[in-house]
Design a protein around this ligand. Structure first.
Ligand code: HEM
Ligand SMILES: *[C@@H]1O[C@H](CO)[C@@H](O)[C@H](O)[C@H]1NC(C)=O
Ligand SMILES: *[C@@H]1O[C@H](CO)[C@@H](O)[C@H](O)[C@H]1NC(C)=O
Ligand SMILES: *[C@@H]1O[C@H](CO)[C@@H](O)[C@H](O)[C@H]1NC(C)=O
Ligand SMILES: *[C@@H]1O[C@H](CO)[C@@H](O)[C@H](O)[C@H]1NC(C)=O
Ligand SMILES: *[C@@H]1O[C@H](CO)[C@@H](O)[C@H](O)[C@H]1NC(C)=O
Ligand SMILES: *[C@@H]1O[C@H](CO)[C@@H](O)[C@H](O)[C@H]1NC(C)=O
Length: 327
């Protein structure tokens, strides 16, 4: 390449950087891949659609995977990295270990995206788009998403401490959201993600037989749901990994039934039902239980907010070729 054309290229490159970045900080952009990967959304939608067609629950698993990526050290694809001899990452640490699912689906979609637009689209952006399609294809809202996230070069199992636990009080869970710039309303509306998917018995069994050492079930659980859950999760260790739907009425439809259930004392996780024990969160729950369209629009807005937590852009990180390993 002669000097002139390399000079022209540098100028083009600098202009490109200047458009998306100011004073060294780059922002996500709604048209980020418009020219470089015009079929991206279509490829992602087809991949998620195929996966859900094979297994309905996969929509829920993919939504949760995105949440866990973002809340632990930002939406940077770090949850997708396999451990190495020198790195213990998020994927195989609690609470993801034996719980987070959907990695194979992400890999398949990434392969299809690489075939269409090599070395262009980050795994972090793919996971973000996947979560949106998963919600949409199960009957939920759609929202617009700026893109341009880059992939982390590392993953740290300690970052999983930021993922909320079903065993901690509402105050602690609220703090985990607010420390990431998500407010109480975001927390309540995003909890509506539990309108799809399943929980293993060990995540709520403490409510079913000997709640807080009383020798009795949690008195707030609706009697018929309690009977159902006790039969799915008998009081013995070998039931710990049995599954119960988080929304027992419409488990695979993205709707506002999760909130209706909470109003009816039919939340499955203790941390879900706890939203009814605080007046502020309870009034938000009651609102969504009667206004499905309000829930949909606010869920989309809060998902977009979640998807911008701790992103890396510009020249930071990389575009991984394989979502499981750094290049
Ligand atoms: C508010 C604090 C939250 C807590 C304490 C929590 C806790 C849990 C637990 C314990 C499970 C069951 C995991 C298992 O049994 O292996 C679960 C599943 C799930 N969570 Fe959350 N979660 C929270 C927030 C969220 C948010 C914000 C979203 C998404 C927007 C979400 C989406 C899901 C989905 C879709 C599932 C079902 C996954 C599947 O079936 O594979 N959760 N959550
Ligand atoms: C996008 O997908 C359509 C339909 O599959 C295909 O015809 C078209 O060639 C693709 N465009 C690009 C730029 O890959
Ligand atoms: C389809 O779902 C089953 C679980 O229901 C899973 O074992 C299998 O790997 C999935 N197949 C594909 C192609 O995703
Ligand atoms: C992982 O994060 C913890 C806590 O933030 C930190 O103390 C530790 O040094 C990190 N580990 C690596 C390998 O960076
Ligand atoms: C809740 O947060 C407080 C303060 O950070 C901490 O001391 C406590 O152990 C947490 N409780 C649970 C159950 O995690
Ligand atoms: C809530 O409970 C009431 C009374 O038990 C019942 O009539 C109503 O259908 C329930 N709502 C839902 C959404 O399950
Ligand atoms: C919450 O609401 C209940 C019933 O409406 C009321 O009795 C109680 O005082 C309220 N608590 C707070 C802290 O506002």
């Amino acid at each position: 390449m002669n000097n002139n054309s390399s000079h022209g290229l540098s100028i083009a490159f600098l202009c490109f950087i200047f458009l998306a970045c100011h004073l060294g900080s780059c922002q996500l952009d709604y048209r980020f891949y418009d020219r470089t990967c015009p079929n991206l959304t279509r490829i992602v939608r087809f991949g998620v659609w195929s996966a859900i067609l094979n297994e309905t629950r996969m929509a829920a698993s993919l939504l949760r995977l995105h949440f866990h990526d973002c809340i632990a050290n930002g939406c940077d694809g770090s949850v997708l990295l396999d451990d190495t001899s020198t790195m213990k990452g998020e994927k195989n640490a609690p609470p993801n270990l034996n719980s987070a699912r959907g990695f194979q689906v992400i890999d398949t979609i990434k392969t299809n995206v690489e075939n269409a637009c090599p070395a262009t689209v980050s795994c972090a952006d793919i996971l973000t788009l996947v979560a949106r399609e998963a919600v949409f294809l199960t009957g939920g809202p759609y929202w617009s998403l700026p893109l341009g996230r880059r992939d982390s070069l590392t993953s740290n199992s300690s970052d999983n401490q930021h993922i909320p636990s079903p065993f901690e009080p509402l105050e602690n869970i609220t703090a985990k959201f607010t420390s990431k710039g998500l407010d109480m309303n975001d927390m309540v509306v995003l909890s509506g993600g539990h309108t799809i998917g399943f929980a293993q018995c060990f995540t709520f069994k403490q409510r079913l037989f000997d709640f807080d050492g009383t020798g009795k079930p949690d008195p707030t659980i609706d009697a018929s749901l309690l009977a159902n859950l006790q039969s799915t999760c008998p009081n013995q260790d070998n039931s710990n990994t049995n599954l119960a739907p988080l929304d027992h009425v419409t488990p695979s439809k993205f709707d506002n039934m999760y909130f209706k259930n909470l109003v009816n004392n039919s939340g499955v996780l203790g941390s879900d039902q706890a939203l009814m024990e605080d007046n502020t969160t309870a009034s938000i729950v009651i609102g969504y239980s009667t206004l499905p369209l309000l829930f949909f629009s606010e869920f989309g807005a809060s998902m977009a907010k979640l998807a911008s937590v701790g992103v890396i852009t510009g020249q930071e990180g990389e575009i991984r070729k394989d979502c499981k390993v750094v290049n």
